[in-house]
Write a protein that binds this ligand. Structure first.
Ligand SMILES: [Zn+2]
Length: 248
């Protein structure tokens, strides 16, 4: 089963209370509707009667027993705590899916891909990677090649959005909104070796498998924020946008 909760929050436009249900834990095999919303960039979005759309941001866990994947998505503002969040994900995985799990699950615990990711974009990307049968370390390595020699994309978040037989489509979210773009690259880039400055094993040494940890020195999670099953919440508005596609 998946877990969802009822929430209410003030509309960012008319201030009326908007009510709705949001996902807290998604079991992909049991909840194709939540999977569809994640893939459609519609996860935990609420629409006010006035038409204003909001995204209810909170920690969301996902699990797929068949594919042996478990990912927790945290609000992106917490990225600087990535090391502690990774430890929290490992603990949550053990607590929720190993200790209390049927023996068949416990026996395969070491085969699972357990990940901490940032935001619903990160959860969506993990699902795209999982459905396409890709290795997320290679995906992160590909992002490093994509960013190399492009100072206008410094500090960007990069998301794998779609996979076809021969192409990979990424979105590059730069700090400078005017520089945002989509990047369409050959799938063969997945087999490029990691750049020299990336030590072997650095990307998947913990559950936060992201090129961004090469640049973000982790800070310890403040004590008042340590309820990492996601009982703290924030919400934001979300702007729909289209980026120019750059083909490589
Ligand atoms: Zn409203």
């Amino acid at each position: 089963m998946s877990t969802e909760i009822g929430v209410h929050l003030p509309c960012g436009q008319c201030q009326k209370q908007v009510r709705g249900r949001v996902a807290v834990l998604i079991n992909f095999e049991k909840s194709p509707e939540w999977e569809a919303r994640l893939l459609a960039d519609d996860l935990n979005r609420l629409t006010c009667g006035c038409g204003f759309r909001m995204t209810y941001m909170r920690t969301v866990g996902t699990v797929d027993f068949a594919r042996k994947t478990c990912a927790y998505g945290y609000p992106s503002s917490l990225e600087v705590y990535w090391q502690d969040l990774g430890l929290a994900v490992e603990a949550a995985f053990r607590r929720n899916w190993v200790v209390g799990a049927p023996p068949v699950v416990r026996a395969t615990a070491s085969e699972w891909r357990v990940r901490a990711v940032m935001g619903y974009e990160g959860l969506r990307e993990q699902r795209v990677i999982s459905l396409a049968g890709l290795d997320d370390v290679q995906v992160e390595t590909t992002k490093l090649h994509l960013l190399a020699g492009r100072p206008e994309w410094a500090g960007a978040r990069v998301w794998l959005r779609a996979v076809s037989a021969d192409r990979l489509l990424f979105r590059v979210d730069t700090l400078d909104v005017s520089q945002r773009a989509a990047a369409d690259v050959p799938r063969e880039w997945l087999s490029l070796p990691a750049p020299d400055h990336v030590l072997p094993g650095a990307l998947d040494a913990d559950p936060f498998v992201s090129f961004r940890k090469l640049w973000i020195r982790p800070k310890p999670v403040p004590p008042d924020l340590v309820r990492l099953d996601g009982r703290w919440e924030v919400y934001t508005t979300q702007v729909d946008q289209r980026e120019p596609v750059i083909r490589f």
